[in-house]
Design a protein around this ligand. Sequence first.
Ligand code: FE2
Length: 294
Amino acid sequence: MLEADTEAGAYWTKCGEEALAHNVKGLVMMGAHWACLGDKIEVATNPAPGKSFCPFSSPALYKDWKPNPDLATAERCISMLQAEGFNVGPNPDFTWIHDVFMILIRMFPDHTKCPPVTIISTNARYDPWYHVKVGATLRPLRKEGYLLIGTGGAVHNLYRNAWTDMLLYRESLGQERPPEAWALDFRQATEDVVTKNRGPALRKAMVRLMQHPAYREAQATDDHWMPALFAAGAAGDFEDEAEPNMLAAETWELVNMANSQFTFGRYKDEREKMFLGRQETEKLPHPRMATVAA
Ligand SMILES: [Fe+2]
């Protein structure tokens, strides 16, 4: 999915175009591949980060794309997280990983257009509420025009993927047989949780998915689930109850891996447009009332 043209990749491009259209101030991202030990969490502060090797993808796709790290926002995130009691510090040596830069390349193919990016690590104890709280702590940045992104996977068990086509032919999207029942079940549970819960109920339901009977098969390790909890934390306040959460795109690959793309909430101006639209509609005479009056 990182290399091929897919529905998921096309959606990232759309998200990038929307971010630019809405003058997003910066991006704050948590990927699945960077975890800190003990009770620690880190924020990337490397002013000139390199990019680590991306498996199964041609380096031509990413070698010339230049990262745009946001050091000022990184320091702010550290202060905000410290104020909430997190053991958090800067990492001035961090090298960007494909969970961040391959998504950004789809969003902003021209790196000069990419807004400044702050990257937050996960914590390797993989406590769900810890990651919800990281998102909740950084949630106020959304009101300032930052876009918060978590990149992991809805169904992501590398031990249960069918790798033969990838290893022989560098092909992952054939889906020559249907995904197994546990993969379909957990993917459906994830869609239901996201689209039928809002605000704090979304946070609780996302955490509760870790007790779903198919969770451990869908996520062999917890690392790819944590960024979704970060996103739910960032979009799961009582204020967010007015906001829809949607499944916007999806790409299955390697038979059992579901790459579902969820968007929580809306841009402020879209929300206001909707609210104003509703007010205008409410001013119009109700059609049935008009019939009664006639
Ligand atoms: Fe990954």
